[in-house]
Design a protein around this ligand. Structure first.
Ligand code: PRP
Length: 185
């Protein structure tokens, strides 16, 4: 049995967003997006890995014809010596030119990942480009970047679950929890 299986509950301080509250908010976002993108066959782009749980629930809540694609980036935006740059580890498969693109993130923290990815995608001339993030931590913002659609604004706590990890752990939790500082310091 691995370390996570043995002691993961003791690393959690509190549940910040319950499974039910996430489900309700995702359904609201889905209804709004379905209305805004009606008839536009949007290209919904998830940012690996954190967004995959949100992405899969969100597209089903939207319930309109759409395509999905995935992109994988690393950023150095949270380091003291931040360059504010991202490196593309996996590019999109689709051509975004002329498409209505919705970028889906699990969290906007410094804002570097979404801001730079949006810059990159805009150069490819989409018909439109909007951002939908489940979570946002405005207290951590280093570059100007606000999502067009947001699930929850949260305080500056280390959160895990519903796709978010600490050292690849906890992504599978169906809720969002605050990690105890002693679990990651
Ligand atoms: C997390 C998250 C966002 C990014 C947000 O990804 O999924 O992509 O950080 O941070 P920023 O606003 O400061 O750029 P991470 O690099 O941890 O990879 P992961 O999605 O694989 O967990």
């Amino acid at each position: 049995m691995g370390v996570e299986a043995a002691d993961w509950r003791t690393d959690l301080q509190s549940v910040l967003l319950t499974e039910d509250s996430i489900k309700a908010r995702v359904e609201e976002l889905g209804r709004q997006l379905a209305s805004d993108y009606s008839g536009q066959h949007p290209l919904v782009v998830g940012v690996l890995k954190g967004s995959v749980i949100f992405l899969s629930d969100l597209i089903r809540a939207m319930g309109i014809p759409l395509e999905i694609d995935l992109v994988c980036v690393t950023s150095y935006g949270q380091c003291a010596t931040s360059s504010g740059k991202i490196t593309l580890l996996k590019d999109l498969s689709a051509d975004v030119k002329g498409r209505h693109v919705l970028l889906v993130e699990d969290i906007i923290d410094s804002g570097v990942t979404v801001a730079r990815l949006a810059d990159l995608l805009r150069k490819r001339e989409p018909a439109s480009l909007r951002v939908c993030s489940l979570l946002s931590k405005p207290a951590r913002r280093a570059v100007a970047c606000e999502p067009d659609y947001l699930g929850f604004e949260i305080p500056d706590e280390f959160v895990v679950g519903y796709g978010l990890d600490y050292a690849e752990r906890y992504r599978w939790l169906p809720y969002v929890a605050v990690l105890k500082p002693e679990a990651y310091i």
